[in-house]
Design a binder for this molecule. Structure first.
Ligand SMILES: Nc1ncnc2c1ncn2[C@@H]1O[C@H](COP(=O)(O)OP(=O)(O)OP(=O)(O)O)[C@@H](O)[C@H]1O
Ligand SMILES: [Mg+2]
Length: 421
């Protein structure tokens, strides 16, 4: 498991004054075990989540995401191990004393209370002056942009607006930790995209350590400082989104996040052979200690390019899908060895540079980009150099322009979370 932690810039920008006293904490999960009866759901899980971090648990249905979140919240027992908030072990602290804000997929707001009263509700048991309560509620209504609906009942709000109310109510109490379990899964696709941006912005503004659960990989990639990819209660990789995408630590991650075409290949030093006629030099991207022999290579659809020279891997176009900014081709390879049981073998062509759009039946010759592709053992583990030791995707060094998202690898090879944001 690669549990690398990128060097991070402080991710709490100067926000409204009420947040300066925020008591956000770091979360430390240490060798935690979860069992239901005889069944072990989480065998031994450890993770450190930084103060102010937006940390996402991502994985297929049933892998234990909600279970882990509920253990942090105090709704699930812990069979072994420890959970700490900063230095304090919280195993024995009941849920209502953990100072946690939670947002679920069913908004769980009161239908008979107005938006404002719903947000105020979170503060009713707090010992705060009336003025302080009013100030906090107003600040919150403004922060999540629901001021104009404050006197409405929830039934007159859209799903996205209702989820903003739920978010406001969860964070108005200044929790130490914000836990969100699939908060956007009841929304339609367009609203999900809008709301994930809003959640990200609000979280950065208030700076609360956030653990976010989703099985939507695109959502995870665009919203998170770091992602933990889980499978059957075991964390497979913890990294910044672009490292997870470009340097997956095993075949499960490579195929769960984005699409990877899997080829049977042979490695000898840095030479990676796809067919008797086609091999590439990996130029140092494969680990020096990688054993020679059979390997599996993951090639993402955008990591192929068309060969001008007729070199490369001959493939027949099976299906052409025009998607505006790019064209997606489903392919059948005539010579290359493919791992069986793959849903589809895909190549995507950027429309901005495409000279020809191919049709079903056309033959193309494809080459792979050795800097981008990933080589695994036949057992599935990566043979690539540590992402932080070599180039994956670089951020432009001048300010104001980043050629990847919020986070990326700097030209010196370090990964900077928060850069460009
Ligand atoms: N109260 C329970 N008793 C017994 N088994 C449970 C209980 N709650 C969850 N499980 C089991 O634990 C496993 C993990 O469940 P969990 O709800 O954490 O998955 P998840 O990753 O959140 O999935 P999803 O994406 O579908 O929400 C599943 O196999 C589930 O059936
Ligand atoms: Mg769940």
């Amino acid at each position: 498991m690669a549990a690398s932690r990128p060097s991070r810039e402080p991710c709490i920008p100067a926000g409204p004054s009420i947040w300066r006293n925020s008591v956000s904490v770091s979360i430390h999960v240490e060798n935690v075990v979860k069992k239901y009866g005889e069944v072990t759901i989480i065998p031994d899980l450890s993770v450190d989540i930084e103060n102010g971090e937006f940390f996402t648990l991502l994985g297929p249905s049933g892998c234990g995401k909600t279970t882990l979140l509920r253990m942090i919240a105090g709704f699930n027992s812990i069979e072994a191990g420890k959970i700490r908030f900063d230095d304090e072990v919280i195993n024995a602290i009941p849920a209502h004393k953990r100072n946690i804000g939670m947002v679920f997929q069913n908004y769980a707001i009161f239908p008979h209370l107005t938006v404002r009263k719903n947000v105020e509700y979170g503060l009713q048991f707090r010992e705060l002056s009336k003025d302080e309560k009013t100030r906090r509620v107003e600040e919150m209504l403004k922060t999540v942009r629901i001021e104009e609906y404050q006197d409405r009942l929830p039934e007159r709000l859209s799903g996205g607006q209702q989820q903003r109310v739920a978010l406001a109510r969860a964070i108005v109490v200044h929790p130490s930790v914000l836990l969100m379990d699939e908060p956007l899964s009841n929304l339609d696709a367009k609203l999900r995209v809008e709301m994930r941006g809003a959640i990200r912005d609000i979280q950065k503004k208030v700076g609360i350590t956030t653990v976010y659960v989703t099985h939507d990989q695109e959502e995870a990639l665009c919203i998170s400082d770091r992602i933990a990819v889980m499978r059957e209660g075991v964390i497979q990789q913890i990294d910044a989104p672009q490292v997870i995408y470009s340097r997956p630590s095993n075949i499960f991650v490579a195929t769960f996040i984005g699409h990877s075409n899997l080829f049977k290949t042979t490695l000898a030093g840095q030479e990676l052979r796809f067919t008797p006629d086609y091999a590439v030099n990996m130029g140092g991207h494969v680990r020096k200690d990688a054993p020679a022999g059979a390997t599996v290579t993951g090639v993402r659809p955008e990591e192929f390019h068309l060969s001008e020279s007729g070199r490369g891997l001959p493939a027949r176009v099976v299906k052409t899908t025009f998607l505006g900014r790019y064209v997606n081709y489903e392919l059948a390879f005539t010579t290359a060895g493919l791992l069986p049981d793959q849903a589809a073998i895909e190549f995507s062509q950027d429309i901005g540079t495409a000279k020809t759009i191919y049709q079903p039946g056309d033959m193309v010759y494809l080459e792979v980009n050795p800097e981008k592709i990933n080589v695994f053992t036949t057992g599935g583990d990566t043979l690539m150099r540590d992402a932080k030791a070599g180039s994956v995707i670089r951020l432009a060094t001048h300010t104001g322009h980043a050629d990847v998202g919020r986070q990326g690898e700097r030209a010196d090879g370090t990964v900077s979370a928060g850069a460009g944001s």
